[in-house]
Design a protein around this ligand. Structure first.
Ligand code: NAG
Ligand code: NAG
Ligand code: NAG
Ligand code: NAG
Ligand code: NAG
Ligand code: NAG
Ligand code: CA
Length: 530
């Protein structure tokens, strides 16, 4: 890694400038640029942030007292705006540097974004407060801009540079600029560099490993939105099927199927704990509860489950299929809430309208049909298939992020931990199983640098009744990189079974499965990986 090759120079620099305090001023960063960009402005100011009751950091209010100001975390905030000449893009990249050398832990951490947000200023607050130098970029559009605002240069024409920026280019540049700024400020580069993201951030972690394999020593990728070209359009499948069947049930009906599938498959892993550790083995058929009644509250009413409801739910679990029945992508796992992908608003129990997942309809309208006002509710299965193939054909190499070849990442000594909730209601974990299998087939030594932990019963990036590793799993990445501690398991935490409080159970590296051997579902020693 460049980090290692420049370590010696870094140490020399550190000794050379150790007496000079870092200066948080634009002049410190005047040489901050890259060969392929034109910097339009660079600003550096001392920023103050405070943690709220929820642990989230915000900027200190302008009318703060001197005591509040003294208690706040201070850092040097560098904001650099640039363009790729000829591409008409404007990228804002935010860099945070602990104000004092004594507050810096010598490391660099880039946080990942979510949805259409590549990153923003707020994301660097947490890492900076924890002592890291950090960076994040808007990649050319803010979260206040819709995909229609930036995805087309004109009706019918994709804004390719903007999509490249979002998919990969601006992320790599942000990392390079952030590390350069760290060197300019402290006189030495970071000793270790990390990426830490979930969802879109999990996709970003994968594109970094695939395409910029020297950039990070350690990567944490949660619920990765990889195979973007198939998965994002696939998220529309539940609404498409509901529209075609003319059966748009209220959420209580969907919940009844989710609950019944949990009951049906909970014990496959050996223990009835409200969590399915092997959803891919669950054979529960939605048809088996047709005729049962569901008491709904919002809207109020009693509904009898129909064959059409079952057909719809089985199709969601199956995942998108072509008109001829060919596999297109994976469905949600059984036991998972269907409330995100088939959200609805209802006037009464028998009159509901779907609210599709907007990242998916943005993708279909803006990037596939290239018509921001597309009426996606009138899409036929034939339309869906055509758009599906277009998505694969035109976007896989831009944003697919499913290249199984991680050879360069392995050679540069990188370590990567991936985790995915098995009750993820947005990104199906079956796509992550698929990527792992293909990467393993490509390189049998995969597990020596890339590990995937499945988290039973956990929803999108956290939450749910299952075993959530999100609060400590980043520590496992750091320990693997810096102390060569191979993560054979990672702790997952969730509500205790049949008792109050929480339980902590060690999650297993795929393809091993968390299996109960007894006697107590709240004891880690009652589970093994096999
Ligand atoms: C470090 O920063 C604090 C404020 O956070 C300041 O009071 C202190 O003087 C600084 N120390 C050094 C060595 O610059
Ligand atoms: C987005 O809009 C909100 C509300 O108007 C505003 O507070 C925020 O600063 C905007 N964000 C950006 C990055 O422009
Ligand atoms: C599904 O299970 C949840 C959690 O146990 C419960 O709150 C909800 O009422 C159930 N819904 C239906 C329709 O069975
Ligand atoms: C579910 O059961 C129905 C009715 O028995 C059957 O027609 C259908 O093929 C089954 N579906 C699956 C996915 O097993
Ligand atoms: C469903 O849609 C409503 C209204 O837009 C929204 O408040 C809610 O968060 C959505 N639910 C899910 C699970 O996305
Ligand atoms: C865009 O979609 C709208 C609504 O479906 C349709 O009326 C219009 O003709 C489409 N425009 C083009 C250029 O296809
Ligand atoms: Ca279970």
């Amino acid at each position: 890694m460049p980090i290692h090759s420049t370590l010696l120079t870094g140490l020399v620099c550190l000794i050379g400038v150790a007496s000079a305090a870092p200066v948080c001023d634009a002049s410190t960063f005047k040489s901050l640029t890259l060969f392929n960009i034109e910097v339009t402005s660079t600003a550096a100011t001392v920023a103050h942030i405070v943690a709220g009751p929820d642990g989230q950091f915000t900027e200190l209010a302008g009318n703060a007292t001197p005591e509040e100001t003294a208690a706040a975390t201070q850092f040097c905030q560098v904001t650099i705006q640039y363009t790729h000449p000829g591409q008409n893009d404007v990228i804002n990249t935010f860099i945070g540097l602990p104000l004092n050398a004594s507050a810096w832990n010598g490391r660099f951490q880039m946080p990942g974004g979510g949805g259409w947000t590549a990153g923003n200023l707020l994301l660097i607050y947490g890492p900076v407060a924890a002592g890291y130098a950090s960076t994040s970029t808007d990649a050319g559009h803010t979260e206040n801009e819709t995909a229609a605002d930036w995805g087309l240069v004109s009706p019918g024409n994709t804004n390719w540079p903007a999509l490249w920026d979002f998919a990969a280019v601006a992320l790599d540049e942000a990392a390079t600029l952030g590390k350069l700024a760290t060197q300019l400020y402290f006189g030495s580069p970071p000793k270790y560099s990390y990426f830490n993201g979930c969802s879109t951030g999990g996709r970003q972690g994968h594109i970094m490993a695939q395409r910029y394999p020297d950039q990070f020593d350690g990567i944490l990728s949660g619920a990765p939105a990889i195979a973007w070209q198939t998965f994002i359009i696939g998220m529309f499948w539940p609404v498409l099927v509901a529209n075609i069947l003319e059966s748009v049930p209220p959420l209580c009906v969907l919940d009844a199927f989710t609950n019944a599938s949990i009951s049906g498959c909970d014990e496959l892993d050996g223990v009835k704990d409200n969590v399915i550790a092997t959803p891919d083995k669950c054979q529960f058929n939605a048809s088996s509860i047709v005729g049962q009644t569901v008491q709904c509250t919002k809207p109020e009413g009693i509904i009898t489950l129909t064959e059409k409801h079952a057909q719809l739910v089985n199709a969601i679990w199956d995942g998108p299929r072509s008109v001829e029945g060919a596999f297109e992508w994976y469905g949600l796992t059984k036991g998972t809430s269907l409330r995100a992908l088939l959200n609805t608003t209802c006037e009464s129990v028998d009159h509901c309208v779907p609210i599709p997942f907007s990242v998916s309809t943005d993708w279909i309208a803006v990037f596939l049909a290239r018509n921001a006002s597309l009426d996606y509710n009138s899409l036929t299965r034939e339309d869906f298939d055509r758009l599906f193939r277009l998505s694969v054909d035109q976007y896989a190499s831009v944003i697919g992020t499913d290249n199984p070849d991680l050879t360069s990442f392995r050679r540069s000594g990188g370590k990567m931990i991936v985790w995915h909730g098995l009750a993820d209601l947005v990104v199906t974990p079956l796509g992550t199983y698929d990527y792992y299998k293909r990467a393993k087939q490509f390189d049998d030594s995969l597990d020596s640098y890339y590990k995937f932990f499945a988290a039973p019963g956990v929803e999108h990036c956290g939450g749910g009744p299952g075993l959530d590793p999100s609060s400590t799993i980043f520590d496992s990445v750091v320990a693997w990189v810096e102390n060569e501690i191979t993560p054979e398991t990672v702790p997952g935490r969730g509500p205790a079974v049949g008792a109050s409080g929480t339980r902590e159970i060690n999650l297993c590296p795929y393809p091993k499965v968390l299996t109960y051997i007894g006697p107590d579902p709240n004891q880690a020693s009652s589970f093994v990986c096999q």
